[in-house]
Write a protein that binds this ligand. Structure first.
Ligand code: ZN
Length: 350
């Protein structure tokens, strides 16, 4: 019954974003909700949609065998629904949850996350979830207002306990740089926070979550060691990582690299003439041979930097989003390895 109502909501809601982007960083102008939101909120209130669980397997087809009447006990167990804000986090949570929970990402692969514009159907998904996990550190600039419309769903911020590195400049100067997951060391803190959050909401599966978290942490450590070894071979004058967004601050700290970026964080100002001029000067003066740009933003400004600084454009990094299954970074660990491989290939001349 409830799922029929939710389907109705999903099919009838306005697909447009709930809010337009704020012109001022950190400020959220109060706007009257659009028609679709009002309907969603009224329906949520009227129907009393609350946190719920879903069956662990889809219902059997109506034409199936008589055994339908007596499903195995394992199939009757209900799984918790864990909603994460973006694809990287969803993959980490899936690794800890295994098959014991349903893990979803609010944003799709390739989506911009900082200034994401939630839709009314996102609100319904959040209201349906048993637990919402976000990155925090200011990544989800839209989150506070979004959560204001979600009632009685527990939330956890997964970067808690990570030592934040402040943003060096621009309108968000001195606010935390949110990209802590780009450091495998910090990712271990994420995994422990995810484990604790899952155990809290679903203590019946504690042993599985503990074992999965341990195994996944071990995998992260192995990738970390591989990347450390590969990057340590780079000569001292070739340790520049040039990106569009200053999203590698945690990673360069782990691996003793140097960072040049076009803009400090994805926001309103991306690729201004001043930013391009400065990047060209820095790439030239440090003789960085290659520059890159992230998958979720426009690379044109960085291609201009490459061309005017006499550097190569080395391709795309994945930071704020995974790719879909057919792309080069469908998991967090593959994202880390792809970026470092791409960087090393670029620095070594392809
Ligand atoms: Zn970012």
């Amino acid at each position: 019954m409830k799922s029929a109502m939710i389907n109705f909501l999903r099919q009838n809601l306005n697909p447009n974003p709930l809010y337009s982007n704020s012109p001022n960083p950190g400020q959220y102008p109060v706007k009257a909700p659009k028609h679709g939101v009002a309907i969603a909120l009224i329906l949520i209130a009227t129907l009393g949609l609350g946190a719920c669980t879903r069956p662990s397997t889809p219902p059997l087809a109506s034409a199936s065998a008589p055994s339908e009447a007596a499903p195995a006990p394992a199939n009757t167990q209900e799984k918790k629904v864990i909603l994460t804000t973006f694809t990287v986090l969803a993959d980490m949570v899936r690794n800890v949850a295994g098959d014991r929970a349903i893990v979803e990402s609010l944003t799709k692969p390739g989506a911009e996350i900082h200034d994401y514009e939630p839709t009314p159907s996102d609100l319904v998904r959040a209201q349906e979830a048993d637990l919402i996990l976000d990155n925090g550190l200011g990544l989800e600039r839209w989150a506070e207002r979004f959560y204001g419309s979600v009632q009685d769903v527990p939330r956890q911020t997964i970067s808690q306990g990570v030592t934040a590195i402040p943003i060096a400049e621009g309108p968000y100067q001195n606010k935390p740089n949110p990209h802590a997951w780009m450091s495998p060391t910090a990712a271990l803190v994420y995994v422990e926070n995810i484990r604790q959050a899952l155990v809290q909401v679903d203590p019946a599966n504690e042993a599985t979550y503990n074992a999965n978290a341990k195994a996944y942490s071990q995998q992260i450590k192995e990738v970390d060691q591989r990347l450390r070894t590969a990057l340590s071979a780079l000569p001292a004058n070739q340790r520049y990582l040039v990106s569009c967004e200053g999203a590698f601050t945690y990673l360069i700290q782990d691996y003793d690299l140097k960072e040049i970026y076009l803009w400090p964080i994805n926001a309103e100002q991306e690729g201004t003439p001043q930013q391009i001029r400065r990047a060209i000067d820095q790439v030239k003066s440090n003789q960085a041979p290659v520059v890159f740009c992230e998958s979720t933003v426009n690379a044109n400004a960085q291609k201009q930097v490459a061309s005017e600084a006499g550097a190569e454009f080395g391709g795309v990094f994945y930071v704020d989003s995974l790719t879909d299954a057919n792309g080069p970074a469908p998991t967090y660990l593959q994202l880390l390895e792809y970026n470092v491989d791409t960087l090393i290939k670029g620095l070594q001349g392809g």
